[in-house]
Unconditional design. Structure first.
Length: 201
């Protein structure tokens, strides 16, 4: 699938910059009975990292899994997998089986791409953003395909510094930092939010 020029539904210009105690791990995770009573969190000391899941109803730690030191976590549409985006310097995705508390698969998202965020939609589509790419890409199994090209909406240095993405009523809301790479990634006069319809791919 070729990268296509993006037909924006909206382009919002922002005039301001977007700017413990240890727990004992049990022998094996228990089945997830109520996802709303569980907490997923990434932890880091800036050198190493890990993902942990707590059962809040029982006040216990279910499991810990090693991750990159710069990581964020999202959840699959069926709540069965934790999707860990290992960002700058790792550039990969870990898919964690939440029942077993272990890695299901881990694969590259593109060397030096610095992936930032993803959203898993009810349709089954998974959309991903990366700081070093002016694109919103579709993740199918382990294959990442650029679909929407945001380069027409970047600032003068040619990079949109795309970060967060969210599914709001079936539309993709994409944060574009539009930072000044020639001045230490300082804010420019405006950041943007691109709102796109994933059905237009």
């Amino acid at each position: 699938m070729d990268t296509r020029s993006l037909k924006l539904l909206f382009l919002v210009v922002l005039t301001s910059c977007l700017g413990t105690e240890e727990s004992q791990v049990g022998s094996a995770p228990q089945p997830i009975t109520a996802a709303k009573n569980h907490l997923l969190v990434t932890l880091s000391d800036y050198q190493t990292g890990k993902l942990a899941e707590w059962n809040l109803g029982e006040a216990r730690l279910r499991y810990e899994v090693p991750t990159h030191s710069d990581a964020v976590v999202r959840v699959s549409a069926d709540d069965k997998s934790a999707l860990v985006i290992n960002r700058m310097g790792a550039d990969n995705l870990q898919v964690i089986d939440r029942e077993r508390g272990s890695n299901r698969v881990q694969f590259s998202l593109g060397r030096s791409s610095n992936p930032q965020d993803l959203v898993a939609m009810a349709s089954g589509d998974v959309w991903l953003t990366a700081f070093e790419r002016n694109q919103v890409s579709l993740l199918e199994d382990t294959v990442l395909t650029p679909v929407f090209d945001l380069s027409p909406y970047v600032d003068a240095d040619g990079s949109g510094e795309i970060a967060h993405i969210a599914d709001i009523n079936g539309l993709l809301w994409v944060q574009m930092g539009c930072l000044d790479r020639n001045n230490g990634l300082s804010p420019t006069e405006s950041s943007k939010i691109a709102i796109v319809n994933p059905k237009n791919r």
